[in-house]
Ligand binder design. Structure first.
Ligand SMILES: Cc1cc2nc3c(=O)[nH]c(=O)nc-3n(C[C@H](O)[C@H](O)[C@H](O)COP(=O)(O)O)c2cc1C
Length: 351
């Protein structure tokens, strides 16, 4: 494998999504083998306790690289979680040049186009043919599936779960701190940044921006929560956009083992790339699935909400564990601002 090929494969990986744009990936080449590791300095805390969000991001990054390398005639052989005593080592990828490999990989064309869109309202409908296409991509990773709430009752139940989780992110001081620490207010409302969330990507309406910015102060949030601010924010950030979007689905993984979460990240990425090819906008909502696992260290007084969340989510999608919701719809145009990425050299041993 020449240097340019290695760099191009890594660049495809970096285009993957990650929670809060944390980009928790480290790369190391060992000859032509590539190790994908989780970056200890960007993972493992609060909602990412036990690396659920990082494993999802690693799965998405891995899938991008596998898809892209295939277009160059390379097939990936994967050894996942190679060492039990090294929790950060996610996968060793052995690239095999295969002259027989079918290099036509339509999803590769969407790798650079895929992005998160938090605007609304969006148009629809999302036809069953499109749903089937997304299902097929998620299902290409063994054990993974998408659940689509179809009836008004199912949609209402799903909305309730998401809203409960998003409300908790503002009500719990620990989750509030985590949420606002990933937003880079100093870059202003008109530029993006290479790591974390730029305010411009959050789709906050101009008149609400000063209020939103004030909410980053814990004392302000606590005071406003006495007046029900967390509920209003849960309504605005989750309920309203989802009500005004034609599509909602949930990535369901067979178990919460790290291998299945990693595979879930791969399935998520395939479905998201397919949605991009279909012209759909996508916003993930991960709080419900991740908080319901019960690992996040929220305040004891709020623990009962996590239990409620877990049982409501279970009812939605047995068998399996619902991990990430995707809001879907057709936007009139692409968003003006997209999240950036760090320079390639900051991800470790780059050829
Ligand atoms: C595991 C995971 C969880 C995410 N959770 C959320 C979420 O709850 N809400 C949200 O608006 N975006 C969420 N995102 C989207 C990321 O914030 C987004 O991927 C990141 O900022 C990079 O931007 P991009 O997708 O436009 O490249 C999530 C992404 C991943 C991979």
């Amino acid at each position: 494998m020449n240097r340019q090929t290695k760099v191009d494969i890594l660049r495809a990986g970096l285009a993957a999504p990650s929670a809060d744009n944390s980009q928790p990936w480290r790369f190391a080449w060992c000859g032509d083998d590539l190790d994908l590791r989780i970056d200890a300095s960007r993972s493992g805390l609060v909602s990412d306790t036990r690396y659920v969000l990082s494993d999802l991001a690693a799965g998405a990054c891995l899938e991008n690289m596998v898809i892209y390398a295939r277009t160059l005639g390379y097939v990936a052989e994967l050894q996942t979680f190679p060492r039990h005593d090294d929790a950060l080592w996610v996968v060793r990828i052995r690239w095999r040049c295969d002259p027989e490999c079918n290099t036509s990989e339509p999803l590769a064309g969407a790798i650079g186009q895929r992005h998160t869109d938090r605007r609304f309202p969006w148009r629809g409908p999302i036809t069953t043919t499109t749903q089937t296409r997304l299902n097929a991509q998620a299902g290409a990773i063994p054990g993974q599936r998408l659940y689509w709430p179809q009836t008004p009752r199912e949609r209402k139940a799903a909305l309730k779960v998401i809203r409960l989780a998003e409300t908790l992110r503002f009500r719990s001081p620990t989750l509030h701190r985590e949420l606002f620490s990933s937003i880079h207010f100093p870059v202003g409302w008109h530029s993006t940044c290479e790591e974390g969330l730029a305010p411009a990507t959050l789709a906050v309406e101009p008149p609400l921006r000063p209020v939103f910015q004030m909410l980053r102060r814990p004392a302000t949030m606590t005071a406003l929560n006495r007046l029900g601010a967390a509920s209003v924010l849960g309504w605005r950030s989750a309920y309203l956009p989802i009500r005004l979007s034609p599509g909602l689905c949930l990535l369901v993984i067979p178990s919460t083992s790290r291998s299945d979460v990693l595979a879930g990240g791969r399935a998520l990425q395939r479905a998201w790339l397919e949605a991009t090819l279909a012209g759909l906008s996508v916003q993930p909502y991960a709080a419900a699935g991740v908080l319901s696992l019960g690992f996040a260290p929220v305040e004891p007084a709020l623990q009962r909400h996590l239990l409620r969340l877990a049982s409501a989510l279970d009812e939605l999608c047995v068998p399996g564990h619902g991990l990430v919701f995707l809001r879907l719809g057709y936007a009139r145009s692409a968003p003006r601002d997209r999240s950036g990425r760090r320079a390639l050299a900051s991800f470790g041993d780059i050829p």
